[in-house]
Design a binder for this molecule. Structure first.
Ligand code: FAD
Length: 462
């Protein structure tokens, strides 16, 4: 009986296991390995606050590509939504915690189905510390537990913690005033202090952290520092379709051609008083193809010059969350700075944050009581201390793309490529680890399809 190990029990790991159960017509064994807590939810769907919302409307959050309304229908069956209006719920941004419950329910249902199909499933709560390929299969070393051997292994380890920015005295990162994990409740807890807080980063996690601090009753000023200090955008225009831009799209297109096309249509919309979102949303299903058609040079240029702009246009927040953020800025409770952090030093109970202020064009100092890192997941495997992925990189079992965004993989079969660029027969990956290959490999909409296709691959190959 084929034994499939899945490392990581977040959305990707859980949905790959569920798809294996759905699609398998013969007995198999599936072992889901997830480090302590967060089985079935990963970091995204186990938030510490109900104020942390999905950034996609409910009708687009199905975990099953063939059942597009699966999540919406599940929501409407929950007691608190029984009386709710279906059309309104379909267009609403629901709490991410609710989505975590949905995934747990899917997992429970799949377990029942597995029993009926005589598929053996188990979950192990442990961290995978190392991985080796031998003739007998994939050998996994687990922290505090006996090792494990599987025939094939799916790496679904998802989002790593943010990297510590380079500063003059990196020993600061050992300070209790520093929070590297912005998804952990500790980052906003026990803050009786009224002195300012510094958030590094200016994206969706910054917004979650601001709401988390306020929910805990924090009354001080919150600073956010990011390279450009762009305004975070709301979801507007209610999903207005704009197919016009697609009519002019050619494949392949260079970076310059892609940017010219976007600029032309954004300008056309602005003349009508409409902002850029319909253009970005229209291109969204094609961004993987566009990325793949660019040369390495174009990809590197995009990362240097346009990544942050794209991030702002792509990663938007619900309108009411945006209103709240704007209000906090007007009241001076949230101050968004653009620049580069240079040094963080503890002085008694304070942290002196020295940074280059891009607007003022000079070095400035902020006195804060804690620093929370919201700069986004680290993707450079060599920087992931103690990670088995780093060890696999050193052993030559896998490689990173030139921009170190993910793992080199054959995206048709999900097989990880070895040092000689050949696909492994026993090692697979999906999700954010495919960012280097696909760029957009983050949202439920693409990950659910990847899980479905990967399961088919695993079952197809003898
Ligand atoms: C805060 C946040 C909010 C998001 N909101 C949305 C949204 O609203 N809509 C949307 O479409 N997408 C959203 N996303 C995108 C999100 O990345 C995907 O939807 C999805 O959750 C990614 O799942 P994953 O399984 O790849 O990764 P993860 O959720 O990161 O899961 C990976 C799991 O692997 C485990 N793991 C890692 N290393 C090991 C190891 N060595 N041994 C054992 N276990 C290990 C981790 O503990 C983790 O639980 C959000 C992402 C974040 C970070």
């Amino acid at each position: 009986m084929q034994k499939i190990g899945i490392i990581g029990g977040g959305f990707c790991g859980t949905m790959t296991a569920i798809q294996l159960i759905e699609q398998s017509s013969k007995p198999i064994e599936i072992i889901l390995i997830q480090k302590a807590e967060r089985l079935n939810t990963g970091i995204a769907y186990d938030p510490y606050s109900d104020k942390h919302l999905l950034n996609v409307v409910a009708e687009k959050m199905s975990a099953f590509p063939d059942k597009p309304l699966h999540f919406l229908e599940w929501v409407l069956r929950q007691t608190e939504f029984e009386q709710a209006d279906k059309n309104l719920i379909a267009q609403s941004y629901l709490p991410r915690r609710l989505y975590g419950n949905y995934l747990r329910d899917n997992w429970k249902e799949a377990q029942t189905k597995a029993k009926e199909k005589r598929i053996k499933i188990s979950s192990i709560e442990a961290s995978v510390m190392d991985l080796d390929l031998r003739e007998t299969g994939v050998h996994l070393s687990l922290e505090g537990k006996e090792g494990l051997k599987v025939d094939r292994c799916v790496i679904a380890t998802g989002n790593a913690l943010p990297a510590n920015p380079v500063i003059t005295h990196p020993d600061f990162y050992l300070s209790p005033r520093y929070y590297q994990d912005p998804w952990h409740a500790a980052s906003v807890q026990l803050i009786s202090d009224k002195r300012p807080v510094l958030i590094l980063g200016n994206g969706l996690t910054m917004v979650d952290t601001v709401f988390g601090l306020l929910e805990r009753g924090y009354k001080g000023i919150i600073y956010s520092l990011s390279p450009h200090g762009f305004n975070i955008l709301p979801h507007r225009h209610g999903g207005t379709p704009y197919p016009r831009v697609l009519e002019e799209m050619r494949e392949p297109m260079t970076l310059l051609e892609s940017v010219s096309l976007v600029n032309k249509h954004v300008k056309a919309l602005r003349k009508l008083g409409i902002s850029a979102e319909p253009v970005i949303d229209a291109l969204r299903p094609y961004t993987q193809n566009i990325w793949q058609s660019w040369s390495d040079k174009d990809k590197a240029l995009f990362m240097r010059r346009l990544r942050h702009l794209w991030g702002v246009a792509r990663h938007r927040i619900p309108l009411h969350s945006h209103d709240r953020i704007q209000q906090l800025r007007i009241e001076g409770k949230l101050v968004i700075k653009s620049g580069k952090i240079l040094a963080l030093e503890e002085k008694g109970s304070l942290v002196m944050a020295r940074y280059y202020d891009k607007k003022e064009k000079r070095i400035q100092v902020l006195e804060v009581c804690r620093v929370i890192n919201c700069t986004g997941p680290e993707t450079r495997l060599a920087n992931l201390k103690d990670s088995f992925l780093n060890k696999c990189l050193t052993k030559g079992l896998l490689r990173q793309d030139p921009l170190q965004l993910g793992i080199r993989t054959d995206t048709r079969t999900f097989r990880i490529l070895d040092e000689k660029n050949l696909p492994h027969t026993a090692l697979y990956t999906l999700g954010v680890l495919l960012k280097g290959e696909l760029w957009e490999s983050t949202a439920v909409r693409e990950l659910s399809r990847q899980a479905q296709q990967l399961a088919a691959q695993l079952l197809e190959t003898p």
